[in-house]
Design a protein around this ligand. Sequence first.
Ligand SMILES: [Zn+2]
Length: 189
Amino acid sequence: MHRRISLPPGGEARCVRCRALLYRVGRPDANERALALALAACIVLIVANVFPIVGLEVKGVHNSATLFSAVQSLWEDKAQAVAVLVFVTTIFVPVAELAGLIWVLAALRFGIRNWGAVPVLHFIESVKPWGMVEVFMLGVMVSLVKLAHIATVEPGVALFSFAALMALIAAAAAVFDADAAWQQLEAPQ
Ligand SMILES: [Zn+2]
């Protein structure tokens, strides 16, 4: 067991036995930066869901699909399990994770602690493994390359938005200083 000590700016605390990183002093504005990145991700997420992911043209017939319409047609094609999986991993979890992160960061930013930030922080941790925008992107890329032989494929706005979303979610998660957040939440009123 280690007793928590306060560190100088830029310092990090390591285990005396195995040198594993226990905690470090992040930038004081880390969670404000995380909030900015999460808000940017939120905007990109809306764009990614409103615009088509891909447009296809086969023999003069043009067709384009948004993510949600893809989920709908999977459902109608009797692939309900796949439809639910796609919906949960590419729409529900990213939305829930981002909304939760923005909620907590906004609560910290404005110093309000009765907003249920603690359960929301636990909730974010529990849904995180189910967010699979990266896996989805990889799947879309592979199918586009395969489809290119039989149809004219036009990447849609949403495809690029998903790429940006991936980067922004990763950046927000990397910048987010969970340790500072917990300290701020647990500090006596
Ligand atoms: Zn250790």
